[in-house]
Design a protein around this ligand. Sequence first.
Ligand SMILES: NC(=O)c1ccc[n+]([C@@H]2O[C@H](COP(=O)([O-])OP(=O)(O)OC[C@H]3O[C@@H](n4cnc5c(N)ncnc54)[C@H](OP(=O)(O)O)[C@@H]3O)[C@@H](O)[C@H]2O)c1
Length: 272
Amino acid sequence: MLNFLLFFLHKPNMHRLTQRLQHKTIIITGASYGIGESLCYLLAEIDCNLILVARTSDKLCELKKQFAMSKAKVDIYVADLRDQKQIDEFIKYIKTLPIDIFINNAGKSICRPIMQSLDRLHDFERTIKLNYLAPVQLCLALIPKLQQSKGHIINVSAVNVLFAPTVNWSAYQASKSAFDQWLRSAMPELQNQQIKVSTVYLPLVKTRMIEPTKVYQNLPALQPKQAAMIIGYLLQTQKRQYKPWWAIIVQLASVLFNGIWFKLNCYYIKRK
Ligand SMILES: NC(=O)c1ccc[n+]([C@@H]2O[C@H](COP(=O)([O-])OP(=O)(O)OC[C@H]3O[C@@H](n4cnc5c(N)ncnc54)[C@H](OP(=O)(O)O)[C@@H]3O)[C@@H](O)[C@H]2O)c1
């Protein structure tokens, strides 16, 4: 019941979604697990071309097999998007194709106090490379293609980037916020080039990403399938954003009660 109230769902109209995506070529990064994988299942019965990107080759091959009889034509591309050479190779590959939609979904989260990160600059490098630099680079490469196709960029973001920051999440929040700001800043220019931009500000989703964080295990969360539905809804409607209805209340509280939030964070750290 709580889940229903918190996550009143936006679902795509499958008929309209099918019309919108027919014959389109869609890149989905982070397609091997979690939300990206569920999105593949949602789009598999549409006559479109899916390019699935991730590191886990076996999992991508399994998905390709799984969708062999589906309407969607599925291509897979194995790449570590933190690796400059591999991104360059991927860009070379996509430059040979017509691209209509780019779904930036690959992501990495890290939950670690700063006092345990003093010798771990790599945490910040890894998150900034995957969650910020890789999508910026892919967007820069894809903009001419998307201009031609009057295409669509969808960013899978986290609702937390709209709120006051939470202790222990500096690496993740900084990198997700960086791309969110980049895209919001680029949006008017992209719109002028007839490229649509949408951002999905997701709450918690039960994927392997949140498995290591014990406090999240008992909190209300979306299922990956439901998160995929929301992305499907934005693909269909091309609306600028999705955020849960209560996000606006928390955004307001983040401004009004910023001091209290800060003290609560300090208290939480002391108790640990
Ligand atoms: N789960 C949540 O609560 C939540 C909430 C808000 C927003 N999000 C966002 O939702 C998106 C999807 O996350 P998820 O929950 O589905 O997590 P997930 O199950 O861990 O999936 C992450 C995906 O990203 C891919 N990936 C990770 N590192 C990569 C790399 N270096 N190069 C290429 N691909 C890489 C993974 O594939 P490989 O491991 O095979 O490379 C996987 O397919 C992320 O952007 C995340 O920030 C998640």
